[in-house]
Design a protein around this ligand. Structure first.
Ligand SMILES: [Zn+2]
Length: 294
């Protein structure tokens, strides 16, 4: 997916489908030119870093620019202790950190279910100083069960499946599933999580070190009286591009702009991947998928 995205972004002249995707997901405001390469430079940079750092499978010890993908939560050991609000504390044996694991969004709440969670972990030394370790991506166990199930085939199946039905319903609320949201979902989720990794983005914003892209929240705008939810999925990514901060590229980049939003990049890359298929398909403005040339 990252390869496809770079392939389309690096063309001397964008093909019309890539042009539209840039316009819909990043450079969406009136008067802005989707062909302006400066504005898209941060998106390109993140895909290049993902390609450079995550391409090779590492068999030895993982370094600070590697990502380790966890499919279960066996690294969390109960400590028998609780924090002052009575929440159980766990020891992450790979990082030596005490964590509030049960609080993690994988477990869901009324508003939000995550499919995976990324953590740029650090080792805490005895003297309190910290050292960067590899990035962890935790695939949520419900999501893993779901993608392993025979029901996971098409968008329709996704909505009709009885596997983790209530959980899917929770996720649906966040996602508002359009065609492109369900396309190659496991790959897209992984790419989404990789953009949260330190190796994809690690820069200072003033004094603050910013590791990885964020789940940028959709700004509250007239006509969309929603709570400021993270811009997951096509519909919300489009709103973010239209009403969020301006996308300006690498210089003067903004936390709240579409090019700092993990899912905007994942959606762009999966759309590029679709274009590169033998039976290529394009994304339409409403996020649905159309076969090209039939
Ligand atoms: Zn995310």
């Amino acid at each position: 997916m990252a390869d496809s995205a770079l392939g389309h972004l690096n063309r001397a002249q964008y093909d019309s489908d890539a042009y539209n995707m840039i316009k819909w997901l990043f450079i969406a405001k009136p008067g802005q030119d989707p062909n302006d390469r400066t504005r898209i430079s941060k998106v390109r940079d993140v895909f290049e870093k993902i390609n450079a750092n995550y391409r090779r499978e590492t068999m030895a010890n993982a370094g600070r620019n590697d990502v380790v993908i966890y499919c279960d939560d066996s690294r969390y050991k109960e400590t028998g202790k609780r924090d002052r609000w009575g929440r159980p504390l766990y020891l992450d044996e790979t990082t030596n950190q005490i964590v509030l694991y049960r609080k993690q969004v994988c477990h869901g709440n009324d508003e939000w279910y995550a499919l995976a969670v990324t953590n740029n972990v650090q080792w805490e030394n005895e003297d309190g100083t910290r050292r960067d370790l590899n990035t962890q991506i935790q695939i949520c166990t419900w999501f893993l069960d779901y993608i392993k199930s025979p029901a996971f085939t098409t968008h329709d199946e996704l909505l009709r499946s009885t596997i983790g039905r209530t959980v899917i319903k929770g996720a649906e609320k966040n996602w508002g599933f359009r065609g492109i949201d369900a396309f190659s979902l496991p790959d897209k989720v992984l790419l989404h999580e990789m953009t949260h990794g330190r190796a994809a983005w690690d820069r200072y914003y003033g004094e603050e070190r910013v590791k990885g892209l964020a789940d940028v929240r959709v700004p509250k705008v007239a006509g969309f009286p929603v709570l400021p939810l993270p811009a997951y999925g096509w519909q919300f990514a489009r709103q973010l591009a239209s009403f969020g901060k301006d996308v300006v590229g690498l210089h003067g980049w903004e936390f709240d702009a579409a090019d700092h939003n993990a899912d905007s990049l994942a959606l762009f890359a999966s759309a590029c991947k679709l274009l590169d298929h033998t039976w290529s398909r394009r994304i339409l403005q409403d996020g649905s998928i159309e076969l090209i040339g039939v």
